[in-house]
Ligand binder design. Structure first.
Ligand SMILES: *Cc1c(COP(=O)(O)O)cnc(C)c1O
Length: 515
């Protein structure tokens, strides 16, 4: 393809994207295809002779699009939103146009410096403490692929930090006080297996996964429905004390701001106070979904921003969920950047540069697992500049407002209950028929399973169910996650009408026939 052919195909592609967005709301939310639908219609090998771009683009329309679930649809209320915007598409296109692996400042100075700039812009917008700013030269931010990668990376940094502390115990009192020093192999081998990671039963599976990848244990501390499924200090202390009594070493705790199931906000200060007694422990705050809402000053207290600023060693939020930036764009901040470089800097000779050696620039390869990296800051830069912080906040407030109105509708309905307090733009509900005699959770769970089944079979709505585990019970619920960039009140009303009608029908059958 030459430049003129690219110009033509590029314009045609932009036109096709515009047509897609103009028609998106007339499509079903969910792909209506069966497993194998695509594999069966594609040849087993790549073509020997190149094909025309026109032909390839046409196949995108006829073969690929039918197998797409439309996350940008106004009625997509499953999981969490994964918003894209035209701004972010354009930024990403330009990033691809100058494709390079950006691992060192010298690779492409703008890639590193724009990232430093936009992570600081975002930190300021969210109200993070100055220590998390890259310009503080102490902590800083980096854009990763996902919250899972951010947590795994933080856990690796935490492991190194705790081993360093253990190897220097007695010699020095502060963790990581001799950065860059080698950890003796025997200490590494003896201590590694004793390290334990903690979270709650509501922690995203990224916690258990990070522990598994590191070959370590993950302890999921139980939460209580009475605490709205948030992790508190006392049960965490009990769990740690039990482990320590058996010779184990706490090294990493994941606290969540806005859990995936119900949007619960863990008690960061209580957790932080417990961890004071354990210098090997590192506190990572996973705010993958809810963190961007810290941009709204009136949400900062609920979301415990002051506590994050006081206690967190690292903090992650995804711009690629509610934050208008197309996947992938996960912002990970660390209080002390040496925790990253101590774990990840193994600079071989051919990667050294005079700028990196002098410490005047950041070489992001020393803050992450991989060497190369995508130029992700460009799309976020486009979004933040085009929306402005005011526009960004307005988008967030809009999702919260729509969810508040939806909450009003659910409260009016006799067969549904709101299970946990509405969290920002997330509402967790369940079918709970009005009844003279008590209906127990087991029976309610069956009714709600039936409701999920009916809703799942439809392609005009897309919701996810969840099971809320606590010390009291296991409750099956339906999550309604608003916050899509294109969602209107009309969309919300229409989806609620579907949920309510299907729910009422299930209740009627149940009243007649029982479970
Ligand atoms: C979505 C989510 C994750 C996973 O995010 P990825 O970026 O896909 O890894 C982790 N934690 C919470 C609380 C989430 O909402």
């Amino acid at each position: 393809m030459d430049i003129e052919q690219f110009r033509q195909a590029g314009y045609a592609t932009v036109d096709a994207i515009c047509d897609y967005y103009a028609s998106i709301d007339s499509r079903p939310v969910k792909a209506e295809v069966q497993p194998g639908f695509l594999i069966e219609s594609l040849p087993p090998s790549a073509p020997a002779r190149g094909e025309s771009m026109q032909h390839i683009l046409a196949d995108f329309q006829s073969l690929i699009l039918p197998g797409i679930t439309h996350w940008q649809h106004g009625k997509f209320f499953a999981y969490f939103p994964a918003n894209s915007t035209f701004e972010s598409m354009l930024g990403d296109l330009l990033a691809t146009s100058v494709s390079n692996p950006g691992f060192n400042w010298v690779c492409s100075p703008a890639c590193t410096e724009l990232e430093q700039c936009v992570v600081d812009w975002t930190a300021r917008m969210l109200g993070l403490d100055d220590v998390f700013l890259t310009s503080s030269k102490r902590g800083g931010g980096i854009i990763m692929n996902s919250a899972s990668e951010s947590a795994l990376t933080a856990a690796m940094a935490a492991r190194e930090r705790s081993l360093r502390w253990l190897s220097q115990e007695g010699g020095s009192s502060e963790a990581g006080s001799v950065p860059g020093s080698d950890i003796p192999l025997d200490c590494r081998q003896q201590s590694s297996q004793k390290l334990v990671m903690y979270g709650s039963t509501q922690t995203h599976s990224l916690g258990a996964k990070a522990a598994k990848l590191l070959g370590l244990q993950f302890r999921a501390v139980a939460v209580s429905a009475a605490d709205d499924y948030a992790l508190r200090g006392a049960p965490l202390r009990d769990a740690i004390e039990t482990d320590v009594a058996q010779g184990m070493i706490p090294f990493f705790v994941i606290a969540t701001i806005g859990t995936t199931s119900s949007g619960a906000v863990d008690h960061i200060a209580e957790i932080g106070e417990v961890l004071r007694a354990y210098p090997t422990a590192f506190l990572h705050v996973d705010a993958a979904w809810a963190g961007v809402a810290l941009a709204l000053p009136d949400q900062r207290k609920n979301l415990r921003l002051d506590q994050v600023n006081q206690y967190a060693n690292s903090f992650c939020t995804n711009a690629h969920k509610w934050g208008l930036t197309a996947f992938d764009c996960s912002l990970c901040y660390i209080r002390d950047r040496r925790d990253f470089t101590d774990a990840f800097d193994v600079t071989p000779h051919f990667l050294r540069s005079k700028e990196g050696d002098s410490g005047t620039v950041i070489d992001y390869r020393n803050w992450q697992i991989a060497l190369g990296r995508r130029f992700r800051s460009l799309k976020l830069w486009f979004v933040l500049r085009s929306y402005g912080t005011d526009g960004f906040k307005k988008h967030l407030s809009n999702g919260i407002e729509l969810c508040g109105r939806l909450e009003g509708l659910v409260r009016e309905s006799s067969n549904f209950e709101i299970v946990t307090p509405r969290s920002l733009a997330l509402l967790v509900i369940r079918l709970k028929p009005q009844s003279e005699v008590p209906v127990f959770d087991e029976e309610l769970n069956l009714l709600n399973q039936r409701l999920s089944g009916v809703l799942n079979a439809r392609s005009d709505v897309f919701l996810t169910e969840t099971m809320l585990h606590s010390t009291e019970s296991d409750i099956r619920c339906l999550r309604i996650a608003l916050g899509g960039a294109r969602t209107t009140w009309r969309d919300v009303e229409e989806v609620w009408e579907v949920i309510e009608t299907e729910g009422n029908r299930i209740v009627e059958t149940w009243r007649e026939d029982g479970v």
